[in-house]
Ligand binder design. Structure first.
Ligand SMILES: [Zn+2]
Length: 217
């Protein structure tokens, strides 16, 4: 939904860019010597920056959605992913954590291979209310004043997505956010550098789905 709005607003920005460029052209042709407060080039730059920001926002939202939807696929293919360095190093930038009034935290990027280590920690697990399987944390948020929090969970067995106010090991919202940040950093260790060759999450998900589809056939 938000992603759709993002694309619409990107299209709007692109239309506005075209308009700015046409106006600049028309003005040059009419020999208008008046000096505007903001130049057409400045306006073009401004529009471009908004368009680029919209694209990155839409991508981030897509990555967050893919992560939440793909937990069971990743759990089923844990050994497969860990055996393939490019898959294990897939960058996970869809984990989000925010606190009311102070906004979203800048979370470190995780490696997909590192998520399995993160999810072994009971702090980042909950029981699925649908199938009683284990669900895994994909982000969360809370209040810095009351300490209350809501943690985003996806069941590794049935894929049910839900929010929980606490985990097996309870902590207040700020401690939980800090624990999540340091767990991501620790779990990335040993998998390589962010600059090393890796596959995007879109490719990893499609490859695993194709492999499962072919194995079923
Ligand atoms: Zn479940």
């Amino acid at each position: 939904m938000t992603q759709h709005n993002g694309s619409q607003s990107t299209q709007k920005n692109i239309n506005s860019l075209v308009e700015v460029a046409q106006n600049a052209q028309n003005k040059r042709m009419s020999n208008n010597v008046e000096m505007p407060a903001v130049s057409d080039d400045q306006q073009a730059l401004h529009m471009e920056e908004h368009a680029v920001a919209d694209i990155y926002k839409a991508r981030k939202e897509r990555h967050e959605r893919i992560l939440r939807e793909s937990v069971p696929l990743f759990i089923r293919n844990k050994d497969r992913i860990l055996a393939d360095k490019k898959m294990a190093r897939c960058h996970i930038d869809g984990i989000r954590f925010g606190l009311a009034y102070s906004g979203e935290w800048k979370m470190p990027e995780a490696f997909l291979g590192g998520l399995f280590c993160l999810w072994e920690n009971p702090r980042f697990q909950a029981e699925c209310p649908e199938c009683h399987g284990t669900a895994y944390c994909t982000g969360g948020g809370g209040s810095p004043f009351s300490g209350r929090k809501s943690i985003a969970m996806t069941c590794g067995s049935c894929g049910h997505r839900f929010g929980v106010p606490s985990t097996k090991v309870d902590m207040n919202a700020i401690s939980f956010g800090n624990a999540l940040v340091s767990a991501i950093r620790n779990c990335n260790a040993g998998l390589g550098d962010m600059e090393d060759e890796s596959l995007p999450i879109e490719d990893v998900v499609h490859m695993l789905e194709l492999e499962e589809f072919n194995a079923d056939g």
